[in-house]
Design a binder for this molecule. Structure first.
Ligand SMILES: Cc1cc2nc3c(=O)[nH]c(=O)nc-3n(C[C@H](O)[C@H](O)[C@H](O)COP(=O)(O)OP(=O)(O)OC[C@H]3O[C@@H](n4cnc5c(N)ncnc54)[C@H](O)[C@@H]3O)c2cc1C
Length: 447
């Protein structure tokens, strides 16, 4: 049952308290030279529209780059196009000397590469094991994401599925030796797998197209079914990420269709993503909850609530086609919806498990306060590299936290990093407001 408006209002003191406690528990900003370079790059991207445009174009050319050298060359050229932008002037400071525009771009490319290494925890599952185990020992759970863009051939889809299987088996084997971490391994609904993998349907088939969802479903079905079997065999959790709106139907149909098959009723633990920036996400949640209630599972179906990573894409697509936009155009409306969906998810237990994924202190504090008020278990999730301070604060507050950790080569990693940078240096980003020193009371305001 939903709380009424007054009851929601009465949460505000708890939200403020939790928010302030989390900020107090955040580690101080890092003062290494590497951190200084990262801050300069972020600063340049916030201030410099031309640089942001160049970086956008870089994401487009990324799939055509053969290796890291090629990639650095492209990035260098694109940044050089932004020659009259403040970056050129900033460049000297960035790289520590009087530089012409081309070396500035090279320095920026090197800096971006260095930053990518903070976001990507390893080249493959074996390489990532030490980091995953270190986090587990510290008390942080992970979900692994194998980087790679949308596949264009069946061979690429096979290769992605193979890498997913290898990751599940490698992590499972290693996880048998990890020490017990009761908070991460069970909640009131039962056991929580130690190993957790996030997969993208667009990487499991080259056929995922908005105009032919059936082909995408058929194309990805066998590979996803196989991964579900491997996850069940290894006792892992498999989570299906959500991508652009035009693929939502296919991703939802595919996931719910497979999980409805009798062989998967007892496992594996599995889940899907709900994007709060979609105006019709409340109706979509109705559908997910109806399904979960009519398909009881040994491991409750997990729903990860996010705002949505494709806001610019959805907005531009809608304008180009003359459609009405599927996303909220006002930030506060999106944040309000996120809070309403959070409350509905918490109240939907035990049919589902709620995972609330955000770096926005208000969104997180609201979720924690509501779950506390309801005596409910939730999991909070952050992106590795962006949510590290939040993760540390949640850990010290004794809350269950999971970091979404990409693994893959640096070429794929840089494109991922650039997307995250664009998102978090946009005018509407919470992290940007926080970095600019907006006061805590404002940051914690009800949206
Ligand atoms: C663990 C984890 C897993 C994730 N998995 C996925 C996934 O599977 N699919 C996916 O799409 N995303 C995913 N994301 C990314 C997520 O959707 C957000 O992009 C990201 O977390 C930023 O949101 P925030 O709440 O942290 O930040 P905030 O700064 O509070 O919110 C930024 C978000 O607000 C929205 N927004 C921006 N401008 C406007 C506007 N003018 N009007 C309305 N809304 C606006 C956008 O969604 C933007 O990302 C994941 C994030 C995490 C932490």
């Amino acid at each position: 049952m939903l709380m009424d408006v007054d009851a929601t209002q009465s949460l505000e003191p708890a939200i403020a308290t939790i928010g302030r406690e989390l900020v107090a528990a955040m580690p101080a900003a890092r003062h290494t030279p590497r951190a200084a370079i990262e801050r300069r790059i972020m600063g340049a991207m916030v201030d410099d529209a031309e640089l942001r445009a160049a970086v956008f174009r870089f994401v487009d050319v990324r799939p055509a780059c053969a290796d890291p050298g090629d990639l650095a060359r492209h990035l260098s050229e694109l940044l050089s196009e932004a020659e009259d932008s403040p970056l050129a002037r900033r460049g000297a400071a960035l790289a520590g000397g009087a530089l012409t525009k081309r070396p500035v771009a090279h320095a920026a490319a090197a800096g971006v590469k260095q930053m990518a290494q903070r976001f990507i925890i390893g080249a493959d599952a074996a390489d990532a094991l030490p980091a995953v185990e270190r986090m587990w020992r510290e008390g942080v759970a992970t979900t692994i994401d194998l980087l790679g863009e949308a596949t264009v051939t069946e061979a690429e889809a096979d290769s992605y599925a193979d890498r997913c299987e290898l990751a599940l088996r490698t992590l499972h084997e290693a996880s048998l030796q990890w020490p017990a971490r009761p908070l991460l391994e069970a909640d009131r609904a039962g056991g929580i797998p130690r190993v957790n993998l996030s997969v993208k349907v667009s990487a499991l088939t080259p056929l995922l197209r908005s105009n032919a969802p059936e082909r995408g479903i058929v194309g990805a079905q066998a590979r996803l079914r196989h991964l579900l079997r491997v996850a069940r065999e290894t006792g892992a959790h498999l989570h299906v990420d959500m991508e652009s709106f035009d693929t939502r139907e296919a991703v939802t149909e595919l996931t719910l269709g497979l999980l409805s098959e009798p062989e998967f009723a007892d496992g594996p633990s599995a889940g899907i993503v709900l994007q709060a920036y979609l105006t019709e996400s409340p109706e979509h949640l109705d559908r997910l909850l109806d399904w979960a209630r009519t398909h009881p599972r040994t491991h409750p179906f997990t729903i990860r609530l996010v705002k949505g990573a494709y806001w610019d894409h959805e907005t531009v697509e809608a304008v180009q086609h003359g459609w009405s936009s599927p996303v909220f155009t006002e930030r506060r409306a999106c944040d309000r919806n996120f809070e309403e969906l959070t409350r509905r998810l918490v109240d939907a237990r035990p049919a589902v498990r709620a995972a609330i994924a955000s770096h926005n202190l208000r969104s997180i504090a609201h979720a924690a306060a509501y779950a506390d008020a309801r005596g409910a278990d939730i999991e909070l999730q952050v992106l590795r590299g962006l949510g590290d301070e939040t993760q540390a604060a949640l850990l010290s507050a004794g809350r269950r936290v999971r970091a979404y950790c990409p693994i893959g080569d640096l070429v794929a990693g840089m494109a991922y990093l650039v997307r995250r940078l664009l998102e978090n240096t946009s005018n509407d980003s919470f992290l940007r407001a926080q970095a600019e020193g907006v006061d805590l009371t404002t940051l914690l305001e009800q949206p």
